[in-house]
Write a protein that binds this ligand. Sequence first.
Ligand SMILES: *Cc1c(COP(=O)(O)O)cnc(C)c1O
Length: 401
Amino acid sequence: MDPFIELENEYCARNYLPLPVVLVRGEGVYVWDNDGKRYLDMMSAYSAVSHGHGHPRLVAALKEQASQLTIVSRAFYTDKLGAFLKKACELTGQDMALPMNTGAEAVETAIKAARKWAYTVKGVEDDQAEIITCEGNFHGRTLAIVGMSSEVQYKDGFGPFPPGLKSIPYGDAAALEAAITPNTAAFLVEPIQGEAGINVPPAGYLKRCAEICRKHNVLLICDEIQTGLGRTGKLLASQHDGVKPDGLILGKALGGGMLAVSAFLSRREVMAVFTPGDHGSTFGGNPLSSAVALEALNVLEDEGLAARSAQLGRYLLEQLQSIDSPLITDIRGKGLFVGVEIASNKATARSVCEALMGRGVLSKETHETVVRLAPPLVVTKEQLDWVVAQLADVLAESVVA
Ligand SMILES: *Cc1c(COP(=O)(O)O)cnc(C)c1O
């Protein structure tokens, strides 16, 4: 076995089952393994690498800031945080932001904001606030968040979980209205469910949810950690429905594929619930993260990555639909956020991903039956053609085998 795989398996907790490839370098849409073999990255680290690997402007921003000032904690002001958050707010139409690092932390921040808003603004009685989430959701891995999950394995052995979290079917606006009580603080939802298998809800779902939330004085909080920043063909996936959520959670691509940068963004009235000492993070909003994230947002705009995702995503869907294989039961997605569902009685998505790896395409299965196709948004049409050809060949070979 590869010595790097052996070493990692010996010392790293086995909380993942990686494909057996050791990556040592990345540039644009490509990564290379320790034998020098090149792969087209159709995973983009779950959309954290939407800008492509080692984007020159992001490497430059990282290097420049690293030599200037990196971490000081929020005990002090810096010359970088305000400019980053101003840009993030302007782009998303929100008033204020609270910077964190990982996605899960920003989701926790959103939950805390919603609860405190419920007690101090809406008038919910102490400790009674409820957050409504959807079945099949993925919001991260902290205890409160896995407490909201419908995934048995995420929770098994990790209880007890915080109360006040309830779950409704995804894509069903009537279920939301039925679940709301006077204690409901917020509805937390992914505009497209990523980890559940690129589940696209019925058109108009989010718009209907926004109307219901407004009617009942419930905050609509969109987790756009994966769908945001151009992934689905608009800056935010909620814009497909013309919705501006009360709270917005960004992460992943916000760090430009360089660092863990996340944020909870909201209206001034909601963010005002936080007073000094309520919440914090040693690394959140540090000048290194801020400089890189600001440049990541600038690159997204300058290179028109959202429009590119829309155009190439449409093309990718068309090309995939032209593959004639009994192994494909569904193809779905928006922008460069596409899932190909594999007939589970014929092959596994894992076996398809392993065969793709052999041909120089890296992807990862989600939920055993879905092959995820989510390349860096800088991918070209020709590169997508090549990926589709590899997938068609792999599926053809799998039928024979
Ligand atoms: C990845 C993801 C998270 C969690 O982000 P981490 O950085 O892994 O904590 C939360 N929500 C969604 C929709 C995600 O895709």
